[in-house]
Write a protein that binds this ligand. Structure first.
Ligand SMILES: NC(=O)C1=CN([C@@H]2O[C@H](COP(=O)(O)OP(=O)(O)OC[C@H]3O[C@@H](n4cnc5c(N)ncnc54)[C@H](O)[C@@H]3O)[C@@H](O)[C@H]2O)C=CC1
Ligand SMILES: O=C(O)C(=O)COP(=O)(O)O
Length: 633
């Protein structure tokens, strides 16, 4: 398989095949799941060559210049779930809160669905280790303990709604678990509930209703306030906030908004002025909260904020209870700064029975009903079920919360380079003496494409995976690659080099450079700066090693590899080939690259089996061999 280039010579191949350019097109690209949950491995056998890709267990056969290539997937640590794939059990999907029937049907058509509502934290933790996916709403705390208890089995958490403040995203990321949400299907429901609370509060609907049911007729007590001409401040001008604004305009209100990240043109289009926080809260008659609960928004409505509000302001919260300091709100209600509040959400849900807010006459409360319409619940159920099934299938999710969203066409195009990136990382780290102490890795992508036209996040994640997994117990995937690298003090920097090759292919070559380390194979150090440097290319869909240090080579990155540096002289291949042959070690590829004729050369030998220690020692004893290393791919 070794291919000659101007500076390399093809020496030996157990299957002298020149793959046709179409061969890689016949291979199904690895799915996102493989980037999320499995290790890409490539294993060469004798003819027919078995190229293992990490996408599915199905075996496809590709005819390449009359030689049959069998393309199979590897034994992945985690099955790739396909309903039609009988070799794997169906995934188990735990639904821990009420989900619309249409969504359950989508889930049931794909996996075994268990609906267990009202689990205690301990019960959830003990159940989760047998679940591949978990679907929650706002009532389930998906804490670090849940991810720990899952022992790596949980692949995806689906939040059937918007707010993901009940999911420990950091822990999910560290455990390589994808989190997806359903961000659009309940927008209108939440906005409508906001308007319902606004109007009900202004006209004391709930209080008047309760008093009539108690046998009273209190017309003068429940005189309300009008909305028309009043200023409404929308805090958080996202999807829900915009819809509330649109409806409030219809009620004749003057709407302003505060949102540090909202585009001004969206606000302008709705006739809404974007203003600073203090201006919003100090000029509004009504304040409606629509920002997410984050460390930055936690308790932003506190004593100081209430002190800046207009006396008699009215507050609506259908976002999250935690954005309000509830004790401060009670004080503001008691002092009359806040005339009324209408709350759908609470710091603790359900709030304690003696909650002063719930008991307060001026406060209208609903039990987190913002998303609770039939239409919204069916919508979020379908949206989340499709996202979770897609994630389990390995498809990309448009609603991933803790992973880069890479468009499917980019994944498909980059898939062979993804395998190359992981192999290069895996190979480079094995060239480091001791394998640890790596601080700085540079990845150089040579490409004819404009840098903006090359999304390298997948490739970087896979180089990281390749480097970290052989030297630690960490499991690395697209979700946690950057986190794991950072945690290990590994700095991965990327460079793009524009080359004059075909822009039809996204990447011409990938080079992995590890600086400031010693190598167990000195020839892998580049001449100019002494860094470990290896480079590879994808040829006809197959990853190839094309440079080691300053030596050009050309071997397919499959199976295991022996790299030898020797005096460039005749007979070397025969000698090493004999030693391996005597031990029944099958050679799949060989390539020799040299820098100076008859002086120094590198021989790269692909072997199917792992040679034993004695065999490797025999190779080391060949007089002309100056150094060698055995590498597992
Ligand atoms: N009560 C309920 O049942 C429901 C509650 N919600 C909650 O409503 C909130 C908003 O939901 P969406 O509009 O769908 O989300 P979104 O992401 O479309 O909008 C949130 C907006 O808040 C803005 N924001 C972030 N930090 C801010 C800050 N410090 N100050 C002001 N604005 C800030 C963002 O820029 C964004 O525009 C979420 O917390 C969500 O959980 C959503 C649906 C139903
Ligand atoms: O989507 C959201 O953020 C919500 O707050 C809705 O919560 P729920 O799914 O009704 O528990």
């Amino acid at each position: 398989m070794a291919m000659a280039s101007s500076s390399t010579k093809a020496i030996f191949s157990s299957s002298p095949v020149t793959p046709s350019p179409s061969s890689h097109l016949s291979q199904k690209p690895p799915s996102l799941l493989s980037f999320l949950h499995s290790t890409a491995t490539a294993t060469a056998t004798s003819t027919p060559i078995s190229v293992k890709l990490s996408h599915s267990r199905s075996t496809s056969q590709v005819v390449v210049n009359s030689v049959l290539k069998t393309v199979t997937s590897p034994e992945t640590s985690v099955p790739n779930y396909k309903t039609q794939d009988l070799n794997y059990p169906r995934p188990t999907i735990l639904v821990s809160e009420k989900l619309g029937e249409a969504g359950l049907e989508v889930l049931r058509s794909f996996g075994d669905v268990e609906c267990l509502y009202g689990l205690s934290p301990d019960e959830l933790c003990s159940k989760i280790s047998s679940c591949d996916a978990l679907i929650v709403r706002s009532g389930t705390k998906v804490s670090r303990q849940v991810f720990e208890a899952s022992k790596g089995r949980l692949k995806v958490v689906g939040r059937a709604g918007v707010g993901i403040d009940n999911v420990d995203l950091q822990a999910a990321t560290e455990f390589g678990c994808l989190v997806v949400n359903a961000p659009t299907a309940n927008t209108v429901a939440a906005a409508e509930h906001g308007i319902a609370l606004l109007t009900a509060m202004a006209r004391n609907v709930a209080q008047a209703d309760a008093s009539m049911k108690a046998g009273k007729w209190l017309r003068s007590k429940y005189v309300g306030v009008s909305l028309v001409g009043k200023t409404l401040a929308i805090m958080g001008f996202g999807k829900v906030g915009s819809e509330v604004a649109r409806r409030a305009k219809g009620l004749g209100m003057h709407v302003i908004a505060h949102d540090p990240y909202a585009p001004a043109d969206r606000a302008r289009a709705l006739g809404v002025e974007l203003v600073a926080f203090n201006q919003a809260i100090s000029t509004a008659d009504f304040i409606s909260l629509h920002m997410p609960l984050t460390p930055a928004t936690s308790k932003v409505f506190n004593d100081e904020a209430f002190a800046n509000m207009k006396k008699g302001v009215r507050l609506i919260n259908v976002a999250r209870g935690g954005v309000i300091d509830e004790d401060a709100l009670v004080r503001a209600l008691n002092s009359g700064i806040v005339a009324q509040a209408a709350l759908d959400v609470f710091t603790e849900e359900p709030p304690p029975a003696d909650s002063k807010l719930v008991q307060c006459e001026n406060v209208t409360v609903t039990p987190h009903l913002g998303a609770s319409t039939k239409e919204a619940q069916e919508g979020v159920a379908i949206e989340i079920a499709e996202a979770v099934v897609g994630a389990l299938k390995g498809e990309l999710s448009a609603t991933a919360v803790n992973a880069p969203m890479v468009p499917p066409e980019v994944v498909s195009e980059l898939s062979p380079y993804v395998v190359l990136a992981e192999k290069l990382g895996r190979l480079a780290v094995q060239l480091v003496a001791g394998g640890s102490g790596i601080k700085s890795v540079r990845v150089v992508y040579k490409s004819a494409r404009d840098p903006d036209d090359l999304d390298t996040r997948l490739l970087r994640a896979m180089v990281t995976k390749g480097i970290i997994e052989p030297i630690s117990a960490s499991f690395v995937n697209l979700v946690n690659a950057d986190f794991t690298a950072k945690q290990k003090g590994l700095r991965i920097s990327e460079e793009r080099v524009l080359v004059d090759s075909s822009p039809e292919f996204p990447v011409d070559s990938i080079q992995v450079i590890i600086s400031d380390v010693e190598s167990k194979f000195a020839s892998a150090l580049s001449d100019n700066n002494g860094d470990i440097s290896i480079e590879g290319k994808v040829k006809f869909g197959i990853p190839h090693l094309t440079r080691v240090g300053s030596f050009p080579v050309d071997v397919s990155l499959e199976g295991n590899l022996i790299l030898c540096r020797q005096v460039d002289q005749p007979g070397m291949i025969g000698q090493v080939g004999n030693i391996l042959g005597e031990q029944n070690v099958n050679v799949s590829f060989m390539s020799v690259g040299r820098t100076v004729l008859r002086t120094k050369a590198i021989m790269a030998i692909g072997v199917d089996e792992e040679p034993d220690k004695e065999t490797l020692e025999k190779i080391g004893k060949v007089a002309a061999i100056e150094e060698f290393v055995f590498l597992k791919l």
